[in-house]
Design a protein around this ligand. Structure first.
Ligand code: ATP
Length: 472
């Protein structure tokens, strides 16, 4: 098993992530979050929400997933939200043509055919139409990784939006889309929010919510799925100040990942080679996954494109009136657009550690531990009676029930203490409390730290404060 497969297997075994509708054979590109996964997800979203909205200049919103279909004409998604798709006639494998070429370039770099890789990369940079991608694949005889053959269909453009119908009639007048990004729910509410919250520029609107994309290939677990969650913020600013705010938000967002325990050498900023026609700066925050570097969040300077388009398509003026300087204008936007589920996968990969650690009798043994930042850890504390007799379970249960009012906690009486520690290590629980013989005499317990594996003895009355202080 490679590292990613090991992580997926642990995620399933311990109840973080399951394949969607598994008993029916699964549904490609969709995943379910189990008891621990849902806690991790909630902690991640809570951390983002606090970071982004517990400040004076950002408001929250929760817009509906189904939106007026004109939204997606205005945003450009109906005309342009598509990927180039190509099929191999022998294997029937379907690929995103740009990804097929990128993967070929990576293979050429690994084979030290640098000149060829650069040549293809240059062509890919200017490719926009399906025919451009097709020409690169044919000119360079890029083979299908499955069959090894080059018998390709034409490249076709495939719109990634899921379509459905509103009401009982399935005709073109009732078509709606499952939103492919949460951002448009922010733009269409720009005026409502600015007026109701009496915000002045610069200010932002943040949202966490589901998005859906009919991806051609889903792969790498939660990295590319058809249903996923995003955490997005649009920051509305005065035209001309975009570079300053772009730099500000880039730093803020990078620091958020680092503060939650991602080592800085596992993060990288990738400046976009190809800018969308409306954008004037764009950078991706990438994380080094077990399969290589991949985007976890994009920071984009989007000019006044979105609000101008919605003004044009809706006929409603989405402008800002600056009463101090006596001017009206359409604000520019800096966007921070991250994936909740994709980041969750990054945090899971980052936390996963296999190491040698001393057992209870001092022998070095392998242990698997999820070294989550304590803010993200799904379970904060576990409580164990050393043995299931002599009054220890009664005291342990009391402590557990009390802690459970404040923290997500687990109670475990099964097996040797060492094995109970290992079970908690494997799900990333920062603290384990053991109630032993001495606890009954002096009302103290041992508290063991997941990462250092060191134990302290503390009074029962201090447990909550001790944990709160360390959780930060
Ligand atoms: P990619 O190039 O990987 O398809 P993108 O540039 O289209 O991503 P954006 O439209 O900028 O992505 O979306 C913002 C964020 O939403 C991404 O950084 C990622 O974290 C998340 N995201 C996008 N598509 C998916 C997906 N199919 N599955 C999971 N997360 C996704």
């Amino acid at each position: 098993m490679n590292k990613l497969e090991t992580i997926i297997s642990l995620a399933k075994r311990r109840g973080f992530v399951f394949q969607s509708s598994e008993i029916y054979g699964g549904l490609n590109g969709c995943w379910d979050f189990g008891p621990l996964g849902v806690e991790l997800l909630r902690n991640l979203k809570e951390s983002w929400w606090r970071e982004m909205t517990f400040r004076d200049d950002v408001e929250g919103v929760d817009a509906s997933i189904l939106m007026h279909p004109r939204t997606w004409e205005a945003s450009g998604h109906v005309a342009q939200f598509s990927d180039p798709m190509i099929d191999n006639k022998t294997s029937q494998a379907r690929h995103r043509a740009d990804n097929l070429i990128e993967e070929y370039i990576d293979r050429m770099i690994k084979k030290k055919k640098t000149q060829l890789a650069i040549e293809i990369e240059e062509k890919l940079l200017v490719a926009t139409e399906p025919a451009d991608f097709y020409k690169i694949i044919i000119d360079h005889q890029i083979p299908d990784p499955v069959s090894g053959t080059c018998d390709w269909t034409e490249v076709r453009s495939f719109n990634l939006m899921f379509k459905t119908f509103i009401g009982p009639l399935e005709d073109t007048s009732s078509v709606v889309y499952l939103r492919p990004e949460s951002a448009q729910g922010i733009f269409v509410n720009f005026k409502n929010i600015m007026e109701s919250s009496r915000q002045k520029l610069p200010f932002g609107i943040a949202q966490i919510g589901k998005a859906f994309r009919n991806e051609i290939n889903t792969k790498n677990f939660l990295f590319r799925t058809r249903e996923f969650e995003q955490m997005e913020m649009q920051y509305f600013i005065k035209p001309g100040s975009e570079l300053e705010w772009f730099e500000y938000w880039k730093d803020q967002r990078l620091n958020w990942y680092a503060d939650l325990g991602m080592p800085i050498d596992k993060l990288k900023l990738k400046v976009h080679d190809k800018l969308a026609h409306y954008a004037n700066h764009a950078v991706d925050i990438e994380y080094e996954f077990p399969f290589g570097w991949g985007e976890i969040e994009g920071i984009h300077s989007r000019t006044d494109f979105d609000l101008s388009r919605h003004t044009e398509y809706s006929g409603k003026k989405l402008e800002y009136v600056d009463t101090v300087n006596n001017e009206r204008f359409i604000p520019y936007v800096i966007e921070t657009s991250g994936g909740v589920t994709r980041s969750l996968m990054a945090f899971l990969c980052n936390a996963y550690t296999e190491e040698l650690a001393p057992s209870e009798i001092g022998k070095m043994e392998p242990r698997t531990v999820l070294k989550f930042h304590s803010k993200l850890a799904p379970v904060k504390v576990a409580v164990f009676p050393l043995v299931n007799k002599d009054g220890m379970p009664e005291l342990a249960e009391n402590i557990y029930h009390d802690l459970r009012k404040s923290f997500m906690a687990q109670y475990d009486t099964g097996g040797a203490i060492g094995r109970r520690y290992r079970r908690q290590d494997e799900i990333g629980t920062p603290f384990c409390l053991t109630i032993d013989g001495q606890s009954l005499e002096d009302q103290t317990v041992t508290i063991r730290n997941r990462d250092t594996m060191l134990q302290d003895r503390i009074p029962v009355d201090n447990i909550k404060k001790y944990i709160v202080d360390l959780l930060g």
